[in-house]
Design a protein around this ligand. Structure first.
Ligand SMILES: [Ca+2]
Length: 520
């Protein structure tokens, strides 16, 4: 009897303890995920860009939390990069590798993406109020509220007022429903066409806005012009490109778009501030990949895949932290959010939680390099139906298929271009404004300022099978060291690591990579 009484007493105590712990447990954090579209990693003041007034809102955000300087996306084009962000999986794992028909038939023959989770759906199932404004993310993403992404709703993703208004409305609803929230606010700047760029025509705007009526501002556009008007001569040129006036003119319009993206972020943050929910809201900012020029977008150098990751969470993360050492991959973000929000660990992810980086500087985080890849821009139904199974010579059969794989860290960039044979070219869809500009400029060979333009033009089109760059000496990735005697140990190390990643993710290019290595 005594024993029974004691058992009864201890279970009552446990139940009481459980209820008490439940009621005093820290409230779940809110998540505000903000993304830029086609933003170069070095195009923010907090990342060292010297252009005055370029990104005041993001610079402030960085100073109020933790700035991780070496973040890397999974692939340098919109759709699959965002899929990787939300699912925590690389493109070869989900089959969502480009735009158009997804996944391709040949991928589905021996792989499946069943069981792929997205952080947005997991949070929704956990009781979060979830929503999205701007560019949509992933077919696995589900939200409490319909995505607020139409061009008339967001002013083509470039109207700060519209982002402010929707965020305010969304946060009011979260407060009313007394739910933690997840909101993805995705700016379309600085995606082309850039502000005041000659290609930013009313014809293009009308085309983008479609047939439905839309609100025209005084400038005749659905979005305001940026507050900035940067002077071309003062515009810094990223290290991959020559510092010539023609390029600076174009870059000034890019930087103006960066400034307007910063205003969009400012609007979203202002709405958060006014809601009174900022303290327990984890704000996370990153870009989906680099600037829309050749050697950046569509490329696997840091200019294509590196991004700063800004994290502010006043309740848990100390302000003023800068982490210049840690390497974080975009596939690490979803598992990190899952952990911080108290969800079960994601089961299918290719990443891992970096929550230890948020709480203490001396963390156990270990990632020596980040993997990224490129497969193709667009897969069409005709092409998809004409290819039965994955052939090792797919680049010959499908002009869009240009498989590249890379490993990046703060010291080196290693790239393998499985398609490059010295003759085969990148398709037109992967050749941007810079390529066409230098093609024109290269005609004026007499001008010594244009230097090695012809050589660069050929390199942009053809690349080479294997590349290795020492970023401390060569941040613009211009001197390929893969054949240099004194870099063979580094090269070997990267090859081994690459082999491991391709094996671990069951990459369809693994056999081609092994064949390449065997010939070495
Ligand atoms: Ca993009």
């Amino acid at each position: 009897m005594k024993l029974l009484k004691s058992v009864y007493r201890s279970s009552s105590f446990l139940i009481f303890l459980f209820i008490w712990l439940e009621s005093t447990a820290a409230p779940k954090p809110n998540i505000l995920l903000i993304t830029a579209d086609d933003l170069g990693w070095d195009s923010l003041g907090c990342m060292g860009n010297p252009l005055e007034g370029l990104s005041p809102n993001l610079d402030r955000l960085a100073s109020e939390g933790l700035l991780i300087k070496h973040g890397y996306v999974a692939t340098p084009i919109c759709g699959p990069s965002r899929q990787a962000l939300y699912t925590g999986r690389f493109p070869q794992s989900t089959g969502l590798m480009g735009h158009g028909v997804q996944p391709p038939n040949w991928w589905k023959l021996d792989r499946s993406n069943a069981g792929t989770q997205s952080i947005t759906s997991l949070l929704l199932q956990d009781g979060y109020l979830s929503g999205m404004i701007g560019k949509h993310g992933s077919e696995w993403c589900q939200f409490s509220l319909p995505p607020h992404g139409r061009n008339d709703q967001t002013g083509m993703g470039r109207n700060p007022e519209k982002y402010f208004a929707y965020t305010r409305q969304f946060l009011a609803r979260a407060k009313e429903e007394k739910k933690p929230f997840f909101l993805a606010a995705n700016a379309h700047d600085p995606h082309r066409y850039w502000a005041r760029h000659p290609d930013e025509t009313s014809k293009w705007i009308n085309q983008m806005m479609g047939d439905e009526p839309w609100e025209r501002l005084l400038n005749g556009k659905p979005y305001p012009d940026p507050k900035s008007r940067f002077i071309p001569e003062q515009c810094p040129v990223p290290p991959a490109y020559p510092r010539v006036p023609k390029l600076k003119e174009s870059l000034a319009t890019y930087y103006d778009s960066v400034n307007r993206m910063d205003q969009v972020v400012g609007g979203v943050l202002q709405a958060l501030e006014e809601s009174g929910l900022a303290k327990n809201t984890l704000v996370l900012f990153l870009s989906d990949h680099g600037m829309a020029w050749d050697l950046s977008k569509w490329s696997l150098y840091p200019s294509g895949v590196r991004t700063p990751i800004l994290i502010r969470w006043p309740a848990q993360v100390k302000a003023g932290q800068i982490d210049s050492q840690s390497i974080v991959s975009v596939v690490d973000i979803a598992p990190t959010i899952a952990e911080l929000c108290g969800l079960s660990p994601m089961t299918k992810t290719d990443g891992k939680s970096f929550s230890s980086l948020l709480k203490k500087r001396q963390s156990k985080w270990k990632r020596s390099s980040a993997f990224s890849c490129f497969n193709y821009m667009n897969n069409s139904p005709e092409i998809d139906n004409s290819i039965d199974s994955f052939p090792s010579d797919l680049p010959e059969k499908f002009e869009q298929y240009r498989p590249s794989r890379s490993l990046n860290n703060k010291d080196f960039s290693y790239v393998w271009n499985g398609w490059a044979d010295g003759n085969r070219s990148l398709p037109r869809t992967m050749l941007g404004e810079f390529h066409w500009m230098i093609t024109k400029l290269a005609e004026k060979k007499t001008n010594s300022a244009y230097g090695d333009y012809i050589e660069r033009k050929n390199f942009i089109e053809l690349r080479t099978r294997e590349e290795l760059y020492d970023l401390s000496k060569d941040p613009g990735c211009r001197t390929n060291l893969s054949n240099h005697d004194n870099h063979q140990t580094t090269l070997k190390d990267f090859r081994n690591r690459m082999k491991e990643v391709l094996q671990k993710t069951n990459d369809h290019e693994l056999d081609n990579y092994l064949t390449f290595l065997n010939k070495k």
